[in-house]
Ligand binder design. Structure first.
Ligand code: BGC
Ligand code: CA
Length: 289
């Protein structure tokens, strides 16, 4: 059974991230412009405010986090609260940064989304190890759900309103992606695919926004397992914990009616489930500058 581990609801909880260095779980609340952190053993809980809506976070090699704020990528140090903008990463024009994640070489992949959630004006970028923001794909409505296969030959990427999870051929050495094709398509009555993570067996765990579940896909795109989440709007998931076998699931309340919120007080909360498979540690963003 999925267990609620933080009783406080998020408006748009997102981007769960296990920090193996500090052994704590980070996540964000996009609409509240907040970053949250929880130590599982002590229950120590912290919240920071950031100046604009964050879309995603990753670990940073020089300590703290890389944060994709609404229109700029920044290096954030939780201890001091210091925010250092990363030069040359500003985006403009009816879009904001959304989901992002580091590949195993420590490059940060992040996509943008149409603020109206309608038009394909989003772009997929990669912040390389020299701090250059490089355009990798385009015509995306809402960038979401990124991950890599354990053999590093495949990159997964999600466009939520299209209800599609894509796969690309991935070149780990150069960071090139090619040959985009459909990995899985979510049926109309199952919500929208949002954040995802990949386990060590190469299976993909994808959260269904408005679909109340997380689906585990086999590497060939077939459905292996469906986990019910006790909240209607799961937004993302990650693997972590000391052993790497805990699945953490963030959820949202933003799009729910007052009736739906009263009916189920678990909406918007954070959940954990112990699995019998592990996930790799998240690699911090690495800058060679
Ligand atoms: C975005 C939301 C969007 C949701 C569902 C999230 O990642 O931040 O704005 O509504 O995905 O597609
Ligand atoms: Ca998301």
């Amino acid at each position: 059974m999925m267990q609620c581990i933080v009783d406080r609801p998020n408006v748009l909880g997102e981007s769960p991230l296990w920090d193996y260095r500090e052994e704590r779980l980070y996540w964000i609340d996009i609409e509240s412009k907040q970053i949250h952190a929880l130590k599982l053993d002590s229950g120590e809980y912290a919240v920071w405010s950031v100046p604009s809506r964050p879309g995603s976070i990753a670990l940073h090699d020089n300590g703290g986090l890389l944060v994709a704020l609404s229109n700029e990528l920044v290096h954030f140090l939780p201890q001091s609260g210091k925010i250092m903008p990363i030069e040359g990463t500003r985006i403009e024009g009816g879009v904001r940064f959304n989901d992002g994640k580091c590949d195993s070489k420590g490059r940060f992949w992040v996509g943008s989304m149409d603020l109206k959630e309608k038009n394909p004006i989003g772009i997929l970028y990669c912040l390389d190890n020299k701090g250059r923001l490089i355009q990798k794909d385009q015509e995306i409505v809402i960038s979401n759900g990124l991950g890599w296969s354990p053999d590093q030959k495949t990159m997964y990427f999600t466009d939520s309103p299209k209800r599609i999870l894509y796969r690309y051929d991935f070149n780990l050495e150069t960071g090139a992606i090619s040959n985009r094709r459909i990995f899985a398509q979510v049926p109309d009555d199952a919500g929208y695919p949002d954040g995802l993570c990949v386990d060590q067996a190469g299976y993909v765990w994808s959260a269904h926004f408005m679909g109340g579940r997380v689906t585990r896909y086999a590497p060939d795109g077939t459905i292996d397992q469906v986990l019910q989440v006790p909240a209607l709007c799961p937004t993302s998931c990650c693997m972590g914990g000391k052993e790497g076998n805990q699945l953490f699931v963030t959820t949202a309340t933003r799009d729910l009616t007052p009736e739906q919120l009263i009916e189920n007080p678990l909406n918007g909360k954070l959940f954990r489930l112990e699995l019998n498979v592990k996930g790799d540690k998240d690699v911090p963003y690495k800058t060679l500058k």
